[in-house]
Design a protein around this ligand. Sequence first.
Ligand code: ZN
Ligand code: ZN
Length: 328
Amino acid sequence: MQAWVFHGPGQDLVPEERQEPELRGHDILIRVEACGVCRTDLHVRDGELPDIPYPIVPGHQVVGEVVAAGNDAPIAPGDRVGVAWLGWTCGRCSQCRAGRENLCDAARFHGYHIDGGYADRMRADARFCFLLNRELPAATTAPLLCAGLIGFRSLRLAGEAERIGIYGFGSAAHIVTQVARHAGQQVYAFTRPGDDKAQQFALELGAEWAGDSDADAPCELDAALIFAPVGALVPKALRDVRKGGAVVCGGIHMSDIPSFPYADLWGERMIRSVANLTRKDGHDFMAMAAEGFLTPRITTYPLDEANQALADLRSGSINGSAVLVPRP
Ligand SMILES: [Zn+2]
Ligand SMILES: [Zn+2]
């Protein structure tokens, strides 16, 4: 099999021919049909997450076909699966037992602790994979498995909200906009200052308003979702939301948050982060996706151009989601 590998922080991906991994117990071997590119992959590249066990194959938004299965796997060869970020949890700690396996201290994540989907084959624990309909197109389904899911969880944690500000209009934002619009909520999109293309894109997807992230919101917002890894957006978003409103940070890594007056937090405003996902999130969201109203806009790259895809994501030149497709 072929895999694209990070060997250390700050290094580009390198292709490697590898033996197919051995399957134990609940493992399945997946032929990767498509793998979404996520900002987290850039954080792994740049060494911005703690204790990355290099060498590591990134990729945690995988759609593929099961080609082999361990004896105890609840999924069989021929099945179609989705692989998301959550790769394994202990099932025994207080967080796991309380239905918060996303917060398990022992959790392992695909493309971070477990080799991921920047490859033509990958191994996964079937108990953490999602069975998918065979008819779903691989490339447009892949971004739902992280960008879609994290957006979905962020929106849930924002609580009751009619007017939602979205800060950073990339992969997650463009999918959560579709979820919010479908639910009848209004979206106000904040992009990098001067990014007319992203603002136009947000309006096309049904945003009420789109503008620069340093501009005042055109009205008081009920909640804010921040997807850009820019800490300065937190106090900005806090000033945009009404009393009792939530600012939800959807990224795994963010630059430091500048200090701000307590008065901006006063009035029961909230700041919270979203960490990972639970399998329940995955099942709930993929059931919503099966209704067919979510259509991620994608730019596909052959797997061989994974470094280019990451560079394009970093420069902000991708509208929507980048997706890697191995040669069949
Ligand atoms: Zn991701
Ligand atoms: Zn646990």
